[in-house]
Design a protein around this ligand. Structure first.
Ligand code: SF4
Length: 422
């Protein structure tokens, strides 16, 4: 039996790095500090041992599968590489290198979640911070279109509500929690103030808040939420010492999409005339922030990047995975983690069923599209070391706690590239 301390969890974007795991007979048998999302995932690791590679549904030696994958990609005129949110930094970097050498389009899970937010911050900028600053300073916390009690179960405990910080030593009693959403949630039950937003009227509610903060006239028929509650929130926002708005897909993927997020980011900019205020996205998968970051380092763009001309081109919509698939503009697809296929439209999935698909998936993850070639890869933070970027883009080191029976994403991607070069 062996104990491992300070282990980071990559199930969600919080990347909590204070877990204590007990390993016995090659399995994790206890996971102290793991939330209800993380515990079954950790205890289930190595519960099944699929073949390291399969070609057309049959187990195949790894070198043969690598060679077959290279043949498929060499024959493709318009390949797509998609996913990356469950990979480590090294695997993400190898994926970009393979995209470059094959002239592929590379896109990440962000394409179907926070892409509107990224487009918004490219337009209007972002006043932002680390989760450490939130923990130590925030006395007003707003969740907009997000329900972290369900999606990021330890966020409130570690960073945003219960945590005791340098300038908020009493933790919960030093903070005021506001939830703005279209319906009550588990998070709103813990809030001091709940603002019910009319469905698809987030933009109007944020515009009203901006008017209240700037002293501009209101549009009486387009308030987006009850005016007395918006007035109270605007006053609290201006009076607080340090405020933070965490926003989720309930803001970025509904109604006016990127314009919702632009309005929120501009509100935060306005508030900095009165006090210190920041905004942060609640990222979903454990290293989706790393996928943005690595693509930015390597190509200058965070997602939906086309490398067919030998230099990066960025154009969400034109080069977004789902749009490419729906238009039939992809003739081979390589998933680095195929769980994101669950978010694709039926038209995109129908095209995926017509073309060769290569998947790199962890042992316990079933492929969501029937792959021509499947590689089973080791899990970062469980089977191998590496780095994941927390939702605030702070890199967190990952530990290895179980023996690695499978290659890393990086090794498989580099193996394919070597075959292509040979
Ligand atoms: S909150 Fe997220 S990162 Fe933290 S233990 Fe739970 S699933 Fe893992």
């Amino acid at each position: 039996m062996a104990d491992f301390e300070h282990v980071a969890c990559t199930v969600c974007g919080c990347v909590c790095d204070d877990l204590r795991l007990t390993v016995q007979d090659g399995r994790i048998v206890r996971a102290e500090g793991a939330c209800p999302l993380a515990e079954p995932w950790l205890l289930g690791q190595d519960g099944c041992q699929p073949a390291v590679a399969e070609v057309a549904g049959q187990p195949a030696p790894l070198p043969d599968a690598l060679a077959q994958a290279a043949i498929l990609l060499r024959a493709a005129r318009s390949p797509l590489i998609y996913g990356l949110a469950r990979s480590s930094t090294a695997g993400q970097r190898a994926a970009v290198a393979l995209a470059e050498s094959t002239g592929a389009t590379i896109d990440t899970n962000a394409s179907l979640c926070h892409a509107p937010s990224i487009r918004a911050l490219q337009e209007v900028g972002e006043v932002t911070c680390t989760l450490g600053e939130v923990k130590n300073r925030a006395d007003l916390v707003v969740f907009w279109g997000a329900n972290p009690v369900a999606s990021h179960p330890r966020h409130l405990e570690r960073y945003s509500l219960d945590a005791r910080g340098r300038h908020v030593p009493a933790g919960r009693s030093n903070r005021f929690l506001v939830v703005a959403d279209t319906q009550p949630t588990a998070t709103s039950q813990r809030a001091d103030l709940f603002i019910p937003i009319e469905p698809n009227r987030d933009f109007e509610a944020l515009a009203t808040l901006r008017c209240l903060v700037r002293g501009a006239p209101l549009h009486p028929t387009a308030l987006g939420a009850p005016l007395p509650l918006l007035r109270e929130l605007a006053e609290r926002m201006q009076r607080c010492r340090y405020g933070i708005i965490f926003f989720g897909l309930g803001l970025s993927m509904t109604g006016a999409g990127p314009h919702n997020v632009e309005a929120l980011l501009q509100l935060v900019t306005d508030l900095n005339a009165h006090t210190r205020f920041c905004a942060r996205r609640l990222r979903m998968q454990g290293n989706v922030a790393g996928a943005d970051t690595v693509l930015l380092w390597q190509t200058g763009f965070p997602f939906s990047v086309n490398l067919a001309r030998g230099y990066p081109r960025y154009n969400p919509g034109e080069f977004s995975a789902q749009d490419l698939l729906e238009r039939g503009d992809v003739d081979a697809c390589l998933f680095v983690g195929s769980e994101g296929a669950a978010d694709f439209s039926e038209a995109a999935l129908a095209h995926l069923r017509r073309i060769p698909v290569i998947t790199l998936d962890h042992p316990t993850v079933p492929s969501l599209v029937p792959p021509t070639i499947r590689f089973t890869t080791a899990v970062p933070g469980v089977h191998h070391t590496g780095t994941a970027y927390r939702m605030d883009v702070v890199p967190i080191p990952l530990r290895a706690v179980l023996p690695a029976n499978y290659p890393t994403d990086e090794a498989v991607l580099q193996g394919i590239e070597l075959q292509l070069a040979g």
